[in-house]
Design a protein around this ligand. Structure first.
Ligand SMILES: *[C@@H]1O[C@H](CO)[C@@H](O)[C@H](O)[C@H]1NC(C)=O
Length: 352
């Protein structure tokens, strides 16, 4: 671990991270930003994906990054993660993971050296489809927005609001798309949906699917576990979901799409905004004024118009409310690893 105070202009920091759904991409973003800001890093990968981080570190070494600059500590969150979060010489933690663990990290910071913390946590992102949108395109995009990476994405569109005039058509097409999805071995190039990461997630997703059935949502595709060598879940679509069902409020992190019906712009703004999470939102419409009204009205770190899951190096990414704090990517992402130092020089006066 290397986090001695720096001598240069840039404060040295030490991020740690715990990401399993996109282990390589998020390593690149976090480590890239930290190194650009002049920091050394200690990576604490998620216990589900240690090999990616170890291989990444070996590539850093062979690329000539000096020893001690990029470090990896594998282990469990409760031990290795907690040791970093509580460490007095770690200046910053950048964490991607669950909201519950995000809270623990902030507490550890408060109880130790008040290290800076950026958190990229859960989401329950709305995808709003107006009746003037191209329905086939919207069905395809809403499907991708939720089912991408087997539903294991913090910005997954897990609340899909569809305007009443096209609702029935949208639901039928969304169910058809889910039923056609090829589930299986992720090493088969034809596969569109692989297994979930582990037994814990698999069980949690199935439990939420059961809660959806129990609370009266209309199951139009999937709805259970799928046979196979792995933790497979059938691509699942619920229609007629209402705002207070658990599947409309809790992050599922699996291939389970919730479709809700709405009437007016005012109504959908209020409902889409009514969430403890505020990571991302998307809107599908041909009317740019409607799209910008939604973008301005909903509290959300990111708003996508006629697209979803678009990540670019120039575009800051991060959330509000219980989706976290701070931004990654772009200049803002690099600034998260810097401290501002004010140096004031007194100009000599005649009499002093
Ligand atoms: C959205 O929710 C936030 C609270 O999270 C609130 O401050 C804001 O007024 C809401 N916006 C609308 C348009 O209701």
């Amino acid at each position: 671990m290397s986090a001695a105070p720096s001598v240069g202009e840039v404060q040295q920091s030490t991020p740690s991270e715990e990401v399993w759904n996109f282990p390589l991409v998020l390593l690149a973003v976090k480590v890239g930003s930290a190194l650009a800001a002049g920091c050394t890093v200690v990576i604490k990968p998620a216990e589900q994906t240690p090999l990616t981080a170890l291989h990444f570190a070996s590539i850093c070494a062979s690329a000539g990054i000096p020893s001690g600059v990029v470090n990896v500590v594998t282990g469990l969150g409760a031990t290795a993660g907690a040791a970093l979060a509580n460490h007095m010489d770690v200046d910053k933690i950048s964490f991607t993971g669950s909201t519950d663990v995000g809270r623990l990290i902030m507490k550890a910071s408060a109880d130790s050296n008040l290290k800076k913390v950026t958190l990229e946590l859960g989401g329950k992102s709305p995808c709003i489809v107006f009746s003037d949108a191209n329905v086939d395109h919207a069905v395809k995009m809403a499907h991708f927005a939720l089912f991408f990476n087997s539903g294991q994405a913090c910005s997954a569109a897990s609340r899909c609001f569809v305007q009443e005039d096209i609702y029935d058509e949208f639901v039928a097409k969304a169910a058809q798309r889910a039923n056609e999805k090829i589930v299986g071995d992720p090493f088969n190039p034809k596969t569109e949906n692989g297994p979930q990461i582990d037994a814990i997630q698999h069980k949690k997703i199935l439990e939420l699917i059961e809660s959806g059935k129990g609370e009266g949502a209309r199951l139009v595709a999937g709805g259970g576990s799928k046979e196979g060598k792995g933790f497979f879940i059938e691509p699942t679509v619920f229609a007629d979901v209402t705002d207070h069902m658990r599947i409309a409020r809790e992050e599922i992190f699996g291939p389970v799409q919730q479709i809700m019906k709405f009437r007016s712009v005012e109504e959908v703004i209020q409902r889409a905004n009514d969430s403890n999470f505020a990571l991302a939102a998307s809107v599908f419409t041909k009317d740019i004024n409607k799209a910008l009204t939604i973008a301005n009205s909903i509290k959300s770190g990111i708003v996508w118009i006629n697209c979803h899951h678009v990540f670019r190096t120039q575009a800051p990414f991060g959330g509000c409310k219980e989706s976290g704090m701070g931004r990654e990517y772009a200049e803002e992402g690099i600034r998260e690893y810097c401290e501002i130092k004010t140096v004031t020089v007194k100009i000599p006066q005649k009499n002093s």
